[in-house]
Design a protein around this ligand. Structure first.
Ligand code: 3PG
Length: 392
């Protein structure tokens, strides 16, 4: 794929799709990770003398204007980070936007309004894609986090303009792509999170690639049940028990070491101040639910992590939002931080939030800015936003 390096952008209007879908509270950006992740591309374009027109979605406004989802606060934060005023328009295309762009000088940055205020965005309406394309001479996609969406600003527009990847997009694809195609070994995947159903594709795809597969989180209990143990009130997907069995069989056939919890922190209520205790995995009391991996499991997983050359982590080991059940997830994050000879990849979403929470983010080699996007990538799917690049 071509990148911003391969094209001449001097004096050109560049429509740059970024993923500024950041958390906000009371009109203030509370985590600017995604904004900072896009800075290398934005700064490069500025230095090259481009007129940088940024586009992003925020939240899921469903094709309507939602005041709290305007991008004004994002523009403010970006201005601070760039040390330069970013012009923000109240629309994402049309005459007023064109007029604002006509005022731009080389190296200027403009941020369009939330592209999801228009129903055509998520429908990938060709008319909207054309309206976006009319604003610019070149298209750059740096929104890895939204690359799994075939929307007007992520996919449709690429059919109308020379289209290349930004640096963030390039790095994400390079790191995740190498892990899946040519990994350093031992290669370990840690899959957690609440539900088996959300991780089926990933587990299926990774079973063909990894040396070790570690599971944790709510989804692990369906596997425990599949082994024939009682799991009390722990999360169970009845209709996924057979699938869990088949995953364990496949792992055996393929010579993949399959690790699952050997003990658990169980609680008598789903709350931070519930009564809790540690039990072996085959001793979960009927009225209790497993909410975290236990200390023996943490040790076991740490060992596997430290012996790996490459680890991909997607999904927490327990209910880490509650401090009482955060220790398992923290232990995995800490093991990754301590694994000096291991290339550590955090597959976005909750795991990224976890390493952030435990202040270990700077100890990881790569933290993906994609949640759904990195998951689909790890499932082996083609991302429409990536496929569309170079279309013209
Ligand atoms: C994300 O936060 O994962 C991306 O910005 C995509 O958002 P979406 O799931 O609303 O499409």
């Amino acid at each position: 794929k071509k990148t911003v390096r391969d094209i001449d952008v001097k004096g050109k209007r560049v429509f740059c799709r970024v993923d500024f879908n950041v958390p906000m509270q009371n009109g203030v950006v509370t985590d600017d990770t995604r904004i900072r992740a896009a800075l290398p591309t934005i700064q490069y374009l500025m230095e090259q003398g481009a007129k940088v027109i940024l586009a992003s979605h925020l939240g899921r406004p469903k094709g309507k204007v939602v005041e709290e989802m305007r991008l004004n606060a994002v523009a403010e934060r970006l201005s601070e980070l760039l040390g330069k005023r970013v012009v923000k328009t109240d629309e994402a295309y049309g005459d007023a936007v064109k007029a604002a762009i006509a005022e731009m000088n080389e190296g200027d940055v403009l941020l369009l309004e939330n592209v999801r205020f228009y129903p055509g965005e998520e429908k990938n309406d060709p008319e909207l894609a054309k309206a976006f394309a009319e604003l610019a001479d070149v298209y750059v996609n740096d929104a890895f986090g939204a690359a799994h969406r075939a929307h007007a600003s992520t996919e449709g527009i690429a059919h109308h303009l020379p289209a290349v990847a930004g640096f963030l997009m390039e790095k994400e694809i390079e790191v995740l792509g190498k892990a899946l195609s040519n990994p350093d070994r031992p290669f370990t995947a840690i899959i957690g999170g609440a539900k088996v159903k959300d991780k089926i594709g990933v587990i299926e795809n990774l079973l063909d690639k990894v040396d070790n597969l570690i599971i944790g989180g709510g989804l692990a209990y369906t596997f425990v049940k599949a082994l024939g143990y009682e799991i009390g009130k722990s999360l169970l997907e009845e209709d996924k028990i057979e699938l869990a069995k088949s995953f364990m069989e496949k792992a055996k056939e393929k010579g993949v070491n399959f690790y699952m919890p050997v003990d658990a922190v169980v609680a008598d209520d789903f709350s931070n101040d519930a009564n809790k205790k540690v039990v072996n995995i085959d001793e979960i009391p009927s009225d209790w639910e497993g909410l975290d991996i236990g200390p023996k499991t943490r040790e076991l997983y740490r060992d596997v992590i430290l012996k790996s050359k490459l680890v991909i982590w997607n999904g927490p080991m327990g209910v880490f939002e509650m401090d009482a059940f955060a220790e398992g997830t923290k232990a995995v994050a800490q093991a990754l931080a301590d694994a000096k000879d291991t290339y550590t990849v955090i597959g976005g979403g909750d795991s990224a939030a976890a390493v952030e929470k435990f202040r270990l983010a700077d100890k990881m080699d790569h933290i993906s800015t994609g949640g759904g996007a990195s998951l689909e990538f790890m499932e082996g799917k083609q991302l429409p936003g990536v496929v569309a690049l170079n279309d013209k």
